[in-house]
Design a protein around this ligand. Structure first.
Ligand code: WA2
Length: 283
């Protein structure tokens, strides 16, 4: 009889975890597809028209009104590829300088609220990726060079060489107290064939469309829609480096016996994620 109860508990936990993992993965996939579509929108209406047929006002309104299409995201933005020889002209045209991203170890009191007005100009590099269009929710990143942040830079380089949507490891997003991830799609100036080489892709790159995911608050919102928060504890991990998993959501894991592990597919084969589910109480 006891064995039967144990088996029932195990099955209950497994089905609850499967359901949550599937929901999270599906919602992530849906928003990834819409971010991809946004990168085509920018390609068509910003780069495909002379002068561009999208400005900040249009992009801001469009992305705000379609935000329901991108569950789990906290905002989307577009960063333009600017070579150093174009910098002066670019800055004059936009009326602002390209800014360096504020990092953790820098003095926060000098740049309170990450107001771009208080940030330092980006030091000289071959190229930059300043944000020129943003959803209102992430307007604080406008004018910041996304290549000046380690995680954002790695994503940009990987996105443009691959032509695929790519994800960062979890890191503390600007103006957020939680760990989040950024999804990036490169925008190209020509129609590239499916089998274009990385070199052809890099050469044709004109910008980067990105979305930020504030994982803890957005996963919380998702799981809240389901009852049973009282029954099970859910954790989400980035397990790309199996010996140093990063907890993205949920409390410190304590051993309560039974645990169900589901792998999550967030669409970037270079990153691995898992959901761990446990009962709150022992039987
Ligand atoms: N978006 C929002 N908050 C952030 C962030 C980011 N990156 N990086 C750090 N905090 C415009 O890949 C291009 C968005 C980067 C895209």
């Amino acid at each position: 009889l006891n064995e039967g109860i144990q088996l029932g508990r195990k099955e209950t936990l497994a089905s609850m975890c499967d359901e949550r993992a599937r929901m999270l993965q599906d919602q992530f996939n849906v928003s990834m597809n819409h971010v991809h579509a946004l990168s085509i929108l920018v390609s068509t209406f910003y780069h495909g028209k002379q002068p561009p047929a999208i400005d900040q006002k249009t992009f801001g309104e469009y992305t705000e009104q379609t935000s329901f299409e991108r569950p789990l995201t906290s905002g989307v933005a577009y960063a333009l590829r600017v070579h150093h020889y174009e910098r002066e002209k670019f800055e004059k045209e936009h009326g602002w300088t390209i800014k360096k991203m504020e990092t953790e170890d820098q003095d926060q009191t000098l740049a309170q609220d990450c107001d771009p007005e208080n940030l330092d100009p980006s030091p000289i590099h071959d190229e930059y990726a300043p944000v020129i269009l943003s959803q209102e929710t992430v307007s604080h990143i406008v004018s910041i060079d996304m290549m000046s942040g380690k995680e954002d830079r790695e994503n940009i380089l990987r996105a443009r060489a691959s032509g695929k949507g790519v994800l960062t490891s979890p890191f503390k997003l600007l103006k957020s107290n939680h760990l989040g991830v950024v999804l990036t799609f490169a925008v190209y100036n020509t129609h590239l064939l499916q089998d274009a080489t990385p070199e052809q892709r890099i050469k044709a790159t004109v910008g980067y469309l990105g979305a930020s995911y504030d994982v803890p608050s957005l996963v919380e919102k998702l799981l809240h829609q389901l009852a049973s928060k009282q029954t099970i504890i859910v954790n989400v991990y980035d397990t790309t480096n199996i010996s140093a998993a990063i907890r993205m959501y949920g409390p410190d894991e304590i051993d309560t016996g039974l645990v169900k592990i589901n792998s999550l597919d967030f669409g970037d084969p270079a990153r691995k994620h898992e959901m761990h589910c446990r009962f709150k109480q022992r039987p």
